[in-house]
Design a protein around this ligand. Structure first.
Ligand SMILES: *Cc1c(COP(=O)(O)O)cnc(C)c1O
Length: 398
């Protein structure tokens, strides 16, 4: 039998919009790439991006920075997290999240993941007293019950920082992801929902935290040139006491991001069409568990996850190898040795951890694929068919 092979590239993004290319050219022609290098009366691209991000999210303040990981560390610094302090975070997330905690000399304390791929709220409730801050990662775009999470956090006096690297544009119960916690951080790295190669954004409603984050990012005494920062009186209270840890965004990146932000909702809808095409193709596959999506969650899915729950390791490895031969790249979070990335608590050996059997069971069977917008809906259907056929072959043999 002639078998279909997929020939698309899982890491190929769309080109940037023409408006981004033209805006980048204008910045380069001006020579003014540094965000504070403005002509008299000029609003920099970075400041304009911040104003537009405030308009998009509804937050009071926004700050553009050099990366998502830098944004996370800046949020923690502004909250006064320091050496030796424990910070709660997800056992399943990407390396920059525990890395941001460790960059301050603080110590991550890991909270488990459920079969729905969200933070385990029972485990969170049990550990809530161990820290002052929760760095909550909406890993791979799966949003926990934020109403219950905030109840747990508020009852325990936990400050929540949201890592929205995968939830820019998503909502829980109508509330935009990033609007529940004290601070939210976003990434504009190439594999996220906006692409400037590297970059990050921060939002908050708290004027003092906003001023501290602006100072931390390296504003010198030029904070009045920001697009969505508090007034000078708030800076007067913090400006001599907040160190400069430079991590500004430049005008070139801001310029390519602004047209993408204007188009974000349309792009999010296109990602979700692709997600649903894969989901439809995999529904009912024997041996595979799809992730249930709650009614209250308006997700944005630029990747797809499913579980080969309780399969033997060699069976999952066999599925990954079989689909790879047909052009479908699956990432396996349960592989004995991490390759390409780390996403599990026991890969971060600088932080102490106890075995987490329920989390280990989920991660042992967790598979993931990227869904770049360069894939057509037919591509997505073919990818699902290949996974379904190969899972059938492995599952029957097993
Ligand atoms: C990408 C990502 C980040 C931030 O990454 P940067 O590469 O530093 O922008 C943070 N959290 C998660 C879950 C991510 O996937």
């Amino acid at each position: 039998m002639e078998r279909d092979v997929f020939t698309g590239n899982f890491t190929q993004q769309e080109p940037l919009p023409q408006a981004s290319v033209e805006a980048a050219l204008r910045v380069m022609q001006s020579g003014r790439l540094h965000r504070y290098n403005t002509a008299p009366g000029e609003v920099s691209e970075a400041a304009a991006l911040e104003a537009e991000f405030v308009a998009y999210t509804g937050a009071a303040y926004a700050l553009a920075v050099a990366s998502g990981g830098y944004a996370l560390a800046t949020a923690l610094r502004a909250l006064g997290v320091g050496p030796g302090e424990t910070v709660l975070t997800n056992a399943f997330t990407l390396a920059p999240v525990p890395g941001a905690i460790a960059s301050l000399g603080a110590v991550p304390v890991f909270v488990g993941v459920t079969e729905d791929l969200v933070i385990d709220l029972d485990d969170l409730a049990a550990k809530a007293a161990q820290a002052r801050v929760l760095l909550l990662s909406h890993m791979r775009g799966h949003i926990a019950d934020m109403d219950r999470l905030m109840q747990i956090a508020n009852a325990a006096g936990l400050i929540v920082v949201e890592d929205c690297a995968h939830t820019m544009g998503a909502r829980w119960n109508g509330v935009m992801s990033g609007r529940h916690g004290a601070i939210a951080a976003y990434s504009t790295q190439t594999y996220k929902h906006l692409n400037s190669g590297e970059g990050g954004l921060l939002i908050t409603d708290d004027a003092e935290l906003a001023a501290k984050m602006v100072m931390l990012s390296g504003s010198y005494m030029l904070y009045e040139r920001h697009g969505a920062a508090p007034g000078p009186a708030v800076f007067d209270a913090v400006k001599y006491d907040t160190p400069n840890v430079s991590g500004r965004m430049d005008n070139l990146r801001a310029a390519v991001l602004r047209p993408q932000l204007a188009d974000l909702d349309r792009q999010c809808a296109r990602w979700n069409e692709r997600y649903r095409a894969v989901e439809a193709g995999l529904t009912g596959t024997p041996g595979l568990t799809l992730i249930a999506r709650p009614e209250a969650e308006d997700y944005v899915m630029s990747s797809f996850q499913f579980l080969a729950l309780d399969w033997a390791g060699r069976e999952v490895a066999d599925l990954v190898a079989r689909t790879a031969r047909r052009g479908v790249e699956l990432k396996w979070f349960g592989a004995p040795e991490p390759s390409g990335f780390t996403s599990r608590y026991d890969s971060w050996r600088y932080a102490p951890s106890q075995p987490m059997p329920r989390t280990d069971r989920v991660l042992a069977g967790l598979l993931d694929l990227r869904l770049p917008l360069t894939f057509s809906l037919e591509d997505c259907a073919l990818i699902a068919r290949i996974i379904r056929e190969e899972a059938g072959a492995v599952f029957q043999a097993g």
